[in-house]
Design a protein around this ligand. Structure first.
Ligand SMILES: [Zn+2]
Length: 367
């Protein structure tokens, strides 16, 4: 809890955990004695808040060393080396077709790990933990294998954790990219403080992470959240999954870029598209189409926020307005009043930052 909050008072720990103050006190003493926590003066209180005497806060003792964060997209591998406080010391990205060549993508990842460690001036012994996001569904078994034969065909039956550990020489915690995007927003972005929210990653595919009580809901076999394969009425295109009319076949970053470059060739860039009436209509329609699917999820789950990430999320207001329109139109009024619709603050780096948060958790557990 201290690691999640950065700094926190004993009273806040007691309130959040519902442990008695004496139980918290015993645990804190043990953690201070074993060198995992320190207690120091917190920030001074503002004027009018009583004595002005700062209260004591607990803070984690952060080990020296490097965390490795890895993000596999459908078309890129991104790797960062960071310290335990979350500061990025080096970052590199390589574009390649990840979906159809698992072995090449993982070899590329190993090369990038070597390169970012060199950039950060760190050697292999300094690595505290590593975590990676995979752009497809993973099962819940300990080896976390890629299971869906329709979504990431060349990765099927592979355990990315085992394959990556063999290549980079460190254990690698694994989750799917949307769950890590959600974790990135929960720790470092628009999801801070939200317990129940839906994170939608809209890039080349569309996936979602359903966060309930601060944890991603994984489903019976680990593949919850594949909203990209929801049927949209009136759409007839074949999908990579073998079905027709899936959400992904009508809205994806590739389709939006193709339409923008056909109608507004100079406005494919998100910043330029924001001020153009035609581009805004295309983007709002994309938002409304995703929103039609998300509205049903809102009716089922009553989330506090819907956060749009991925490359489509970077188009900002127009897409978000469209998403909001559909949620207001198709979810119940009390549900739509309760939900904030937001762009991811970390954009396309949300998954990388989620991997960083997961690696930090692993480093904390391993100590
Ligand atoms: Zn499909």
């Amino acid at each position: 809890m201290v690691r999640e909050h950065g700094t926190i008072t004993r009273a806040e720990v007691s309130a959040l955990t519902r442990l008695s103050r004496s139980a918290v006190s015993n645990l804190v003493t043990e953690l201070i004695d074993t060198g995992r926590l320190v207690e120091r003066a917190g920030p001074a209180k503002g004027p009018g808040s009583g004595s002005g005497r700062p209260s004591l806060v607990l803070a984690p003792v952060l080990p020296d060393g490097v965390l490795l964060a890895i993000d596999f997209g459908h078309n890129h591998v991104r790797v960062a080396a960071a310290d335990m406080a979350g500061g990025i010391r080096a970052e590199r990205i390589t574009e390649l077709d990840v979906d159809t060549n698992a072995a090449r993508a993982m070899d590329c990842c190993a090369d990038l790990v070597t390169a970012v460690l060199a950039d950060a001036g760190a050697d292999q012994d300094a690595v505290l933990a590593a975590a990676a996001g995979i752009p497809g569904p993973l099962d819940n078994a300990p080896e976390r294998k890629v299971r869906s034969p329709t979504i990431l065909a060349d990765w099927i039956e592979l355990s990315p954790a085992i394959e990556l550990e063999r290549r980079i020489g460190h254990p690698v915690a694994i989750d799917n990219d949307a769950n890590l995007g959600a974790l990135g927003e929960l720790r470092f972005g628009a999801g801070r403080g939200a317990g129940d929210f839906i994170y939608v990653k809209a890039s080349h595919g569309i996936g979602a992470s359903i966060v309930l009580g601060g944890q991603p809901y994984r489903g019976a076999s680990g593949i919850a959240g594949e909203i990209g394969h929801t049927q949209i009425p009136g759409v007839a295109q074949w999908c990579r999954c073998g079905n027709r009319g899936c959400l992904e076949t009508t809205v994806s970053i590739d389709i939006i870029r193709t339409e923008l470059s056909r109608l507004r060739p100079t406005l494919v860039d998100p910043v330029l598209a924001a001020d153009d009436p035609v581009a805004r209509r295309i983007l709002a329609e994309a938002g409304r189409t995703i929103g039609r699917v998300v509205a049903d999820l809102c009716n089922c789950l009553n989330p506090a926020a819907v956060i749009l990430g991925g490359e489509l999320g970077e188009y900002g207001t127009a897409v978000i307005d469209g998403l909001r329109d559909s949620i207001d139109r198709y979810s119940q009024p009390a549900t739509s009043e309760a939900v904030a619709v937001l762009a991811a603050e970390n954009g396309r780096r949300a998954e990388l930052l989620g991997a960083l948060a997961l690696a930090a958790q692993q480093a904390a557990f391993d100590r």
